[in-house]
Write a protein of this length. Structure first.
Length: 187
């Protein structure tokens, strides 16, 4: 089960966060964070943030796991790209046209994928995960989820074998080419 708070409990926490701030109490809990978790409906994040508190065992919502997987994949892609030589970058640009040139995680569609976008922003800005994406806009203004999912299908099997090595040009090309919609691919 996921963490649940009644409406009353939410009100109590929000009132307490206001009191903490007004009285300038320096405690273990961060009022801003708790408010963000409640207002954005990311209660799962409270368990992540305060992992020392023995909360009930709970599963993260599937959307959280999916966004973590997508951020993890893009983290690998950007890291591998940064390590490529100029020659390898040219190879990739050709092998994964038009997506092989400086591949970067651009987020999700703010209109149709706003929940994914909100989870990603919360992970990076509130939970300090995937700090390489901090300061970016997480709204790419076009549907992206299907492409991320197609890329993940290719990335996931590779991930286990990566341990300390980074993705090769060939592997990067295979993953990035999944961004091309299947209906637009040449036979």
């Amino acid at each position: 089960s996921t963490m649940k708070l009644t409406d009353g409990e939410k009100l109590i926490i929000l009132m307490l966060t206001e009191m903490y701030e007004k009285l300038q109490i320096e405690g273990e809990t961060e009022p801003d964070f708790l408010r963000s978790a409640i207002f954005n409906d990311h209660l799962w994040g409270i368990r992540w943030k305060y992992s020392g508190i023995p909360f009930e065992q709970a599963e993260d919502p599937p959307i959280v796991r999916e966004v973590v997987d997508i951020l993890d994949m893009w983290s690998f892609i950007e890291y591998a790209y940064a390590k490529l030589s100029e020659q390898e970058r040219q190879q990739l640009a050709l092998a994964a046209k038009p997506f092989g040139e400086n591949p970067r995680f651009n987020g999700f569609d703010g209109n149709n994928e706003s929940e994914h976008m909100s989870v990603a922003m919360f992970l990076v800005n509130q939970l300090d995960r995937f700090q390489e994406f901090k300061g970016r806009s997480f709204n790419c203004h076009h549907p992206s989820l299907d492409a991320h999912r197609r890329m993940l299908a290719v990335f996931e099997p590779l991930r286990t074998s990566l341990a300390d090595s980074s993705l090769s040009v060939d592997q990067l090309a295979r993953i990035l080419n999944e961004r091309v919609h299947p209906s637009r691919r040449e036979a």
